[in-house]
Design a protein around this ligand. Structure first.
Ligand code: C2E
Ligand code: MG
Ligand code: MG
Ligand code: MG
Length: 280
């Protein structure tokens, strides 16, 4: 009876694993179809200059329109990476965002664009070509585009990824380290790769002013960025005390629900309709 019980558990476990794999495969098939059906859509979250409250850039954030549901990237970026779909999806995201921002710039608004990259995209052979093509076809100058990479990108494939990113920089594109401070070797990466901006991880901003060590670390990251001539962006600003503290620490830019939520393109236009400033 004992053995039987064990076998039963094993069977249940195997069935569970099987279901998981099947779900994963179904999801990947669905994602592929979604790309063909043009079911992905972009939201844009404003980034503001903390001194002037001007919206200086937007970060493109992808969503999936699945029936009435708007699926968030946390649920599908991983599977898209595993299946390789992230490469064509990433191309679509880049193209779509560049077109939108080129339109805004054509109406005399000096706005920048940030786009997230995953490591799979960077290592795909046509990557640099694709970015160059998107810039050329939309007429955007490279300096308007910032590519955001997580630190893991550099951890997993240092030589190759660093070389690709250096090629991007030669196009004039700016590089930002996303979620800065959470990786294992944040400082070492700043040596290997020229970066233009660091985005302080929201976990620091959350405890700002409430945890002495976190407050000190945040201040140190801001000064480090300034000393290295990099732009520093604080992510996840939700409270006005965080905003005030970041301002007093001289943090250059900020992003977060307090400033503005991610929104559809028309929302961004409405927000900045009366001038590129938000009320802060
Ligand atoms: P991320 O690049 O760090 O993007 C910031 C995330 O924080 C966004 O979540 C945004 O909605 C959220 N956020 C912004 N302000 C606040 C705030 O004040 N409070 C809180 N709690 N959250 C805030 P989202 O859109 O769900 O994206 C999650 C992650 O998915 C992104 O993190 C990025 O790593 C990835 N991602 C999103 N879009 C793309 C894309 O187009 N390509 C790739 N490769 N990855 C993407
Ligand atoms: Mg980002
Ligand atoms: Mg990210
Ligand atoms: Mg981030």
């Amino acid at each position: 009876a004992k053995e039987q019980g064990g076998g039963g558990r094993l069977e249940i476990y195997a069935a569970h694993m099987h279901a998981k794999v099947v779900n994963r495969l179904e999801l990947q098939t669905e994602l592929r179809q979604a790309l063909a059906d043009n079911a992905f859509t972009l939201e844009y979250q404003p980034v503001v200059d903390l001194e002037t409250s001007q919206v200086t850039a937007v970060e493109a954030l992808v969503r999936w329109r699945r029936g009435d549901e708007l699926v968030q990237p946390e649920e599908f970026i991983g599977p898209a990476e595993e299946s390789g779909l992230i490469t064509p999806l990433g191309e679509w995201i880049l193209r779509e965002a560049c077109e939108r921002v080129a339109m805004w710039r054509a109406s005399d608004w000096d706005i920048g664009l940030s786009v997230n990259l995953s490591v799979k995209q960077i290592l795909s052979p046509r990557f640099v070509e694709t970015v160059a093509g998107a810039l050329e076809e939309t007429g955007l100058p490279g300096r308007v585009l910032t590519m955001e990479v997580d630190e893991e990108v550099l951890l997993e494939n240092p030589g190759e990824a660093v070389e690709r990113l250096a090629e991007l920089r030669r196009l004039g594109v700016r590089l930002a380290i996303d979620d800065f401070g959470m990786g294992y070797a944040s400082l070492a990466h700043l040596r290997e790769l020229r970066v233009d901006a660091i985005k302080i991880d929201p976990s620091f901003i959350r405890d700002l002013g409430q945890d002495g060590t976190v407050t000190l670390l945040t201040h140190t990251i801001i000064r480090l960025g300034q000393d290295l001539g990099m732009d520093v962006v604080a992510e996840g600003i939700e409270r006005s005390d965080q905003l005030e503290q970041l301002r007093s620490m001289g943090c250059g830019h900020g992003q977060g629900f307090l400033v503005a939520r991610p929104m559809v393109a028309e929302g961004v236009e409405a927000l900045v309709g009366g001038g590129a400033e938000v009320a802060l």
